[in-house]
Design a binder for this molecule. Structure first.
Ligand code: THU
Length: 169
């Protein structure tokens, strides 16, 4: 049997790029500053890579998270998930509007935006689904450019989500 050649499709994603944090809109800047503060309480004695995250909720509250490491490495958790689960635990009925994330390293100055790991992207996508609204993502480094995405869709194309599963209860 002759095999058909594959067709292709392209997914394009889009980010806003700010030359520096000071160019951000006030609300984004304040959220990134909250994430910067959260970096200082990160528990990262193994990687010495300190990450802070701040989630802005629909009720105006800002909920913080930072990475929490463990001698048994996989038992640690990233800053973004600590912030999101923190928000989910204390405000279960309130949507998350935005999350900012940034980092600091002991060994070098991070001059590129922190890009959330795959597990954190999946978690952000779950919370977009959970509340049925997009989560704005503000990504900063210690210095340099800041990337902003209006939704996790730009960071996690072809995402797996609840639509693949049987109807929810
Ligand atoms: N980390 C985060 O907190 N967020 C990310 O998106 C990437 C990585 C943490 C996990 C670990 O504590 C350290 O950074 C080094 O990987």
């Amino acid at each position: 049997m002759t095999k058909l050649s594959p067709t292709r499709f392209t997914i394009s994603t889009e980010f806003e790029v700010y030359k520096s944090a000071s160019d951000l809109e006030q609300q984004d800047l304040e959220l990134l500053q909250a994430a910067q503060k959260a970096v200082d309480s990160a528990y990262a004695p193994y990687s010495h890579f300190y990450v802070g995250a701040a989630a802005l909720l629909e009720n105006g509250k800002i909920v913080l998270g930072n990475n929490q490491e463990n001698a048994a490495y996989p038992s640690g958790l990233c800053a973004e998930r600590v912030a999101i689960f923190h928000a989910g635990a204390i405000y279960p009925d309130i949507a998350i509007k935005a999350i900012a994330v940034t980092c600091k390293s002991k060994s070098n100055i991070i001059n590129v935006p922190l890009s959330p790991c795959g597990g954190c992207r999946q978690t952000i996508s779950e919370y977009e689904n959970r509340y049925g609204q997009k989560i704005r993502i503000i990504m900063g480094g210690e210095t340099g450019e800041v990337y902003v995405s209006e939704s996790i869709e730009n960071l996690l194309p072809l995402m797996f989500n609840a639509k693949y599963l049987p109807a929810k209860d």
